[in-house]
Design a protein around this ligand. Structure first.
Ligand SMILES: [Zn+2]
Length: 378
């Protein structure tokens, strides 16, 4: 078993500029410019910890390339691709579509390098060069819809990679698990009527986008039943997420029987994250990853490929990334999360009736996934 890893310095050069946290600065309205919340720091520190811990030496480094326009167009409209390109050519950059998603000068090519990195990783997994893999990419992608950027996302790398896997690699059935703290609305919308791509999003209810990701969003047309949402209340932590994994995600994967599992790997459900109010720890990410690794092993020859999404705590995200990646690679390093003792008590939080009710609702929907032929017979 081997684990691939994609990273490139250009991912850190995507320039989101000065802003007021997540808001565009507006001095005359009293919104003072500061460093944008989606800045390179948490990802740079995560990459450096992967290196410093010795884990990097155990991984198969895969070089990214820029996704072609043809590949982008599998998930996006031509107008959207042109819009990002045009904004990117402006010396001061522009916006990807919703007013909250900066496009830096040159970000078009960096976003293509992020999508292309994930494509290369999926290709290496499909060819059997590696078992699974992680793309520590930037900018993120899971909010981007077919025709617009959104929530700091320019192109939806996961959707582009899923379409590539289907079109070029003979992987027909793709499951996308999204545990970013925010709803994976873009990925869901791109595949909403498509029964060949199952999307499952665990997120903080009503966080971002504000009115999105409810359990009644369950797919449409032929895709009815193939979009699942678990909108957990703010304050949800280890117990609720693990319960959602075992009661919803794993049974759904089992019924769907994917050829490949893609993970929208956001770390902003971490307890110190400034952009959400969930309470996961590095131990939570390790345990959730272990469940997905096991499921991939049983269902699709271990094929599990993750793309980095959110995660905005420079001092805590790296430990969650390391725990995730150690578990993915089936190893450990000498680095122990130094905050583990501080947050250990959070794992003991019991599930609340509100969390249980949401998980129960989502559990009911798993039966809407038509059972595929077992992997052994396909
Ligand atoms: Zn997020």
């Amino acid at each position: 078993m081997s684990t691939g890893y994609v990273f490139h310095p250009e991912y850190l050069w995507h320039d989101t500029g000065t802003s007021a946290g997540l808001l565009p600065a507006h001095p005359t309205a009293g919104i003072q410019p500061a460093v944008h919340i989606e800045n390179p720091e948490a990802k740079r520190r995560a990459h450096e910890l992967i290196h410093a811990s010795g884990l990097l030496a155990e991984l198969v480094v895969i070089e990214p390339r820029r996704a072609t326009v043809t590949e982008l167009l599998r998930a996006h409209t031509g107008e959207h691709v042109q819009h990002i390109k045009a904004q990117s050519e402006l010396r001061g950059g522009g916006d990807a579509g919703d007013g909250f998603s900066p496009v830096g000068h040159g970000s078009y090519d960096i976003a293509r390098l992020a999508a292309g990195g994930l494509i290369e990783l999926v290709t290496a997994v499909a060819q059997g060069d590696i078992t699974n893999g992680y793309a520590l990419t930037r900018p993120p992608g899971h909010h981007a819809t077919a025709d617009s950027g959104m929530g700091f996302c320019l192109f939806n790398s996961i959707a582009i990679a899923a379409r590539h896997a289907q079109a070029e690699l003979g992987l027909a059935r793709i499951a996308v698990v999204d545990w970013d703290a925010h709803h994976g609305n873009g990925t869901q919308s791109i595949f909403y009527t498509d029964p060949t791509v199952l999307t499952i999003s665990l997120h903080q209810a009503g966080c971002f986008p504000p009115d999105s990701g409810w359990t009644h969003e369950n797919g449409a047309g032929d895709g009815l039943g193939y979009a699942l949402n678990v909108p957990l209340p703010p304050g949800s932590g280890h117990a609720a997420y693990l319960h959602a994994m075992t009661e919803v995600v794993l049974p759904a994967l089992d019924r769907f029987a994917p050829d490949l599992i893609l993970l929208a790997n956001g770390f902003d459900a971490g307890v110190f994250d400034p952009m959400a109010r969930q309470m996961l720890t590095s131990a939570s990410y390790r345990e959730m990853t272990g469940l997905l690794v096991d499921a991939a092993g049983q269902l699709c020859h271990g094929r599990l490929v993750a793309a980095h999404e959110g995660g905005y705590s420079p001092f805590y995200t790296p430990y969650c990334v390391l725990a995730f990646l150690e578990e993915l690679a089936g190893t450990t390093t000498h680095v122990i999360d130094p905050l583990a003792t501080v947050v250990a008590g959070y794992a003991a939080e019991p599930i609340t009736p509100q969390q249980q009710a949401v998980i129960n609702e989502a559990t009911q929907l798993v039966a809407g996934i038509r059972t595929a032929a077992s992997p052994a017979t396909r």
